[in-house]
Ligand binder design. Structure first.
Ligand code: E4P
Length: 217
């Protein structure tokens, strides 16, 4: 399973990359607004840190505008994946991008039918937003299960990129369901590491090493 970092913050991206567990990165307009930086400057910098696909999102909502913006983004670096909203105009653009060899991440997916259409248009990745579905009192993870099954039924090559991840449980559930990738905020990625028995076990080993150093003098 590929783990992507869901961030536009260079410092936290670098920190997670150094742990050796990051396969790619996703950004969106809200994450860019959080760091207050322009897409055309931050994406090349992320690509220098992350050795893998880096999603950069268009903000146009007509096919022509999406194509124009996406082609500029794709030229920023060979690893750029153009992130396109799951609307009819977006799918029209995805079809053209696919023909041009530009990779796409179709975003804002909230239903299995939307994911089916994105795959048919040739999307490289589909991003179902699990946390936002949970927020509406529906089970986000059921959507991952459905999309994985549909893609497997028909041999679609589109990769399921579980997004809007809010907890370590989302990550393990997505992995068990066979989601190809998950994009995870740095704070959640760090929580994946956490186990109280690891901490207490390490503390005991260090304590015993100290005691032994005194004893073995
Ligand atoms: C990533 O591709 C998505 O834009 C992101 O995971 C959305 O997360 P949010 O629902 O926490 O904003």
């Amino acid at each position: 399973m590929k783990l992507f970092i869901d961030s536009a913050d260079l410092k936290e991206i670098k920190d997670c990359v150094e742990m050796g567990v990051v396969d790619g990165c996703t950004t969106n307009p809200s994450l860019l607004a959080k760091v207050g930086r322009k897409i055309e400057t931050v994406i090349p910098e992320i690509c220098e840190i992350v050795d893998g696909p880096v999603s950069a999102e268009v903000v146009a909502i007509d096919a022509e505008g999406i194509l124009k913006e996406g082609r500029v983004l794709a030229k920023l670096h060979k690893n750029v994946v153009v992130k396109v909203p799951l609307i009819a105009e977006g799918l029209k653009a995805v079809k053209v991008f696919t023909k041009e060899g530009i990779k796409t991440n179709v975003t804002l997916c909230f239903s299995a039918n939307q994911a089916l259409l994105a795959a048919k248009a040739g999307a490289t990745y589909i991003s179902p937003f699990i946390g936002r579905i949970d927020d509406t009192s529906h089970e986000g993870m059921k959507l991952i299960e459905d999309i994985v099954a549909i893609y497997e039924n028909f041999g679609f090559e589109t990769q399921v990129l579980t997004a809007s991840v809010r907890s370590p449980l989302h990550v393990v559930q997505a992995a068990l369901l066979g989601s190809h990738c998950a994009t995870i905020p740095a704070s959640i990625l760090k929580l994946l590491l956490k186990h109280p028995l690891t901490d207490s076990g390490l503390e005991k080993f260090l304590e015993d090493t100290k005691k032994n150093a005194e004893k073995a003098k």
